[in-house]
Each structure stands twice: as C-alpha cells, then as structure tokens.
Design a protein around this ligand. Structure first.
Ligand SMILES: [Zn+2]
Length: 443
C-alpha cells in the first residue's frame, strides 16, 4: 500500500525476531521505503537481522535507535556518505553486533547536532565523545575507557557489566563543566575521581555511585543536593567522609554486608533525611543489632530504613548485650522485606529491631511466609502493662509503645484501608494470603 500511495511516514518502529531470509528482505524493503519517505525516526529492535546499507543514505533521520541487530559489513567507514547521520539528535545503539569502537567513534564524529546518545552491551572498550558540542545526555554501558569532551553535557551515566561487576573505569573528562547529574554503576573508581569531583563537575547536583575502592575517601562537592551511594564490596572503605554543604537527600545501599559502613557527615545542615537500604542481611546476632543501633545513632537527621533479608537468613542467638545507647527514635519509617525465607524466627527479628529503634511507621511485605502475621500478632497482642523486664535496668520496647494503628494491609489482591479493629482481628485470624501491612506506632 505504501508503495502505491505517496504517504508521509515520519516514524518507523519494528520489534521482532527474524525467522528466515524472506523476512529479512521484507524488512529491507520497508526500511528502504521509509527512508525514501524522508523518515525522521527509525526504531529497530530486530534480532538475527543485518541492517541494510540503505540506512547510510537516511539523510533526514533525527532519531536512530538500534537494538539486537547486526551492523552492515560494508561499506567500510571511509566510504560512508558524508551526510550520513548529520541531522541526528538522538542515537541509541544497544546490543548491536559487528560494531566496534572505530565505527562508533566515527559515527559520533558525523553527528554535530547530537543531543542524546546511548550505547549499551556492544562488545568493545574504548569510546571517544569529542565532536558533539550539543550533547546533553550520554548513557554508556560496558565501556571502561571513555573520553568525553562535551560542554553542553548535563547528564552522564556510565555502567559496568551486570554479569561481571567491577573493573576499573578510566573516565577522561574535560570541558564537561555543565554536568549536573552523574551516575556511575558497577565500576571501581579510583580515589582521584572523588578528589577531582569539584574541579571536573563544578555544577554537579546529583551523584549516584559505587564505593568499592579500599582507600579512605572524602566526597566533597559544593552544589551536590542528592547523593546515592552503593556500598558494594567487602573491600570498600568502612569509614568515609561526606562534606557537601548543600546536600538534601542521602541514600546509602549496602548489600550482603555483615559490617555496616561508617559515613561521617560534615557540613550537613541542609540534609533533611537519610535513607538506608540494607539488603540481603544473612546473619542476625546480638552483635549485629548492637552495630545496627550504633549505625543509626550516628545520624541526627530523620531516617528511613528499608531492610531485606536473604532467604537463608538465620538468627545466631547470643546473650543480650547491655548497651547504653538508647533505642533510636528519629526513624520515620522502617520497612521489612522478605521475598521467601526458610527462617521461622520472626519474633526474635521483630524483637531485636524494636529494641534497636522506635519507628513511627512500621511496614512489612512478604508473600510466602508468616512475617506479616507475626508482626501483627506481636504488636497487637502485647499486654497493656507488660510484666516482662521486672528487675532489669533497661526495659524492652513493650514498655515504651503506647499505641499501634493499622494504616492499611494488602491481601494479595488489593490494598485495604484498615477497617474497624474487631473486623480487622477477625480478618487477620482467618486470612492466609496477607502480603503486606503498614502500621503507625506511637511511642
Ligand atoms: Zn519488657
């Protein structure tokens, strides 16, 4: 039909897997036709397909997105038409095979108007982005030697390999003074990166990065407002300093650590809230709870906690250690997350957490175990006047908790705002599929 009529096609998008050569020749024809129509946007996600050479004459293209296909074998880059991709404003190349850094670097040098560039999961290690004065956003994955000179660049994301995290990132940045948002994941960064943060990125407002280098570091940035740190390796420095006077949001994510980090916050008067995501906690012991309480006690700001436990987490019982740090009360929200667990010791878990901190909101989600039920029973079933802890100097959490109110629960189908108390108890006693709950605690 397109062949018969003169139709104006602005955008051509195709997502499929090639079955045989007949499919491929159809697609070649469609692309050719689209290009003849002076198409502006070409978005191809085609597995087992080699791109036709005709894309090099798509002079009108402003957006080119390629995923899963093969780059054409010919012509060689010195035979690419001079105008190829000269109007491109957005270029995205994801998992394209038979393309190498020579081709990509050449392509980039042909796109003077480029504003957005994405490169992910192509198998090479060097990239040079130096001919793109209008580039505002660059997302670069799995390339560990990157040279960038882009005065208009505002957002830069660099990510290492998902399957094999780690490896050093050699990020050679110059004239990128306008970067406001920088995200670097799954790469090891040298100390030099943090030392040069202010000089290389003077306008930086958002930083999201991994800490994995064992040397002590200081993160110091004049304008930084949002800091998202992933503490990903046992080798990472436990003690690090954060000196960012305009910091408003600080989030720290620790995975699988038995030892919690020790961030030292200086000049943090603008900071309102700290979010801690502690993931895949394996072994709980009195020592862990003691460390947990010391960790929370370091922060004066309001805190939000998200704890998730590994499926095999266990509770290593030990004698309760007397500790003169009182339970931490500046916890706005504590969320417990259990995807699946063979552990049954939820009472001890809840008890240990409430001895350590007094959250204003406590929520839990777990689809395949009794955590939500045990949490409800422990809190709602407590005695008005607890008889425990008689003769002890330090009283447990039951003596401080004044009231508990259910805000909502999720019964596997829908969220339900808490009904009357009696109806709720009946529901909890008979329910089997309660997956999450949120409680308001008054201390
Ligand atoms: Zn008690």
């Amino acid at each position: 039909m397109l062949k018969l009529q003169k139709v104006l096609v602005r955008e051509f998008k195709l997502n499929m897997t090639i079955g045989d050569t007949k499919d491929a020749s159809f697609i070649d024809d469609w692309i050719q036709l689209a290009i003849k129509n002076r198409i502006k946007k070409l978005d191809l996600c085609i597995r087992k397909y080699t791109l036709p050479e005709t894309i090099f004459v798509a002079e009108s293209l402003t957006v080119l997105k390629l995923k899963g296909c093969k780059w054409p074998e010919s012509p060689s880059i010195d035979q690419y038409p001079a105008f190829a991709f000269s109007r491109l404003r957005e270029l995205s190349i994801v998992k394209v095979s038979d393309i190498d850094s020579v081709i990509i670097n050449y392509l980039l040098s042909c796109c003077p108007l480029l504003e957005e560039f994405t490169l992910k999961r192509c198998d090479f290690h060097f990239l040079s982005v130096v001919h793109n004065p209008k580039l505002k956003k660059a997302i670069i994955g799995q390339v560990n030697d990157i040279r960038i000179e882009a005065p208009a660049l505002i957002t830069l994301y660099c990510a290492g390999d998902i399957v094999r995290p780690g490896g050093d990132l050699d990020l050679n940045v110059s004239s990128c003074n306008n970067v406001k948002e920088l995200k670097i994941g799954r790469f090891e960064l040298p100390n030099k990166f943090f030392e040069e943060l202010n000089s290389k990125f003077p306008l930086l407002e958002t930083l999201d990065t991994y800490l994995s280098c064992p040397d002590p570091i200081e993160i110091s940035s004049h304008r930084l407002k949002r800091l998202d740190l992933r503490y990903c390796d046992e080798e990472a420095p436990r003690i690090f300093k954060i000196n960012c006077k305009n910091l408003r949001h600080f989030k720290i994510t620790c995975t699988g650590h038995s030892k919690l980090p020790i961030p030292i916050l200086v000049n943090s008067s603008s900071l309102q809230e700290i979010q801690h995501n502690l993931h895949a906690i394996n072994h709980l012991s009195e020592q862990w709870f003691l460390q947990f309480r010391r960790y929370l006690g370091m922060f004066q700001q309001q805190q939000v906690l998200d704890l998730s436990f590994s499926p095999l987490f266990d509770y290593v019982s030990a004698e309760i250690i007397e500790e003169d740090i009182p339970p931490i009360s500046n916890i706005k929200h504590l969320h417990l997350h259990l995807r699946d667990s063979r552990s049954q010791n939820y009472t001890t878990l809840i008890d240990g957490l409430l001895r350590s901190c007094h959250p204003k909101i406590l929520s839990a989600s777990s689809a395949f175990n009794r955590l939500v039920m045990v949490l409800y029973e422990t809190l709602m079933g407590r005695e008005e006047k607890p008889k425990c802890c008689s003769g002890c100097n330090t009283k447990c959490w039951r003596h401080y908790l004044k009231a508990v109110k259910v805000i909502y629960f999720f019964d596997g189908d829908k969220f339900v705002r808490a009904p009357q108390k009696d109806a709720l108890s009946d529901l909890f006693l008979t329910a089997e599929g309660l997956e999450s709950i949120m409680l308001k605690l008054e201390w």
